[in-house]
Design a protein around this ligand. Sequence first.
Ligand code: ZN
Length: 155
Amino acid sequence: MSSAENDLYQEVVLEHKRAPRNFGHLDAPTHQAQGTNPSCGDRVAVELRMDGSTVQDIRFSGQGCAICMASTSMMTEAVKGRDVDVAKTLQQHFRAVLTGEEDPEQAPLGKLVSLAGVRQYPSRIKCALLGWHALMHALADNDGQAVSTEEGAQP
Ligand code: ZN
């Protein structure tokens, strides 16, 4: 990774950790899910208010490491006001970039590309994907169900 990319990554993570976007709760969420990443201790809950297939509003809450909080914060910004299909496509590209299946230069990630540096730290990939994981479960209408990054670890 170039030092410019590294600097941007650090800066974006710290900025979102300091001032997470869309943090808190919705009055009347239509969909919600929680996610845990036992390997790091991250826990996030995502609440959505859907209008048809549009994510009208979104909030997240919980506690996690800087990468988890920054990635979840950026996820909420990326999907708010967007169609479910757009959110799912973003999630697929984001995941593929972090797991090394897709080149970050080619992937249509928008601002999320500044988190592509996480792919250099395999132990942090689950942290970056947790918020998205919870979002996908919320959209799948598993209302309030807890999900985990550890397969088979669900209660
Ligand atoms: Zn973490």
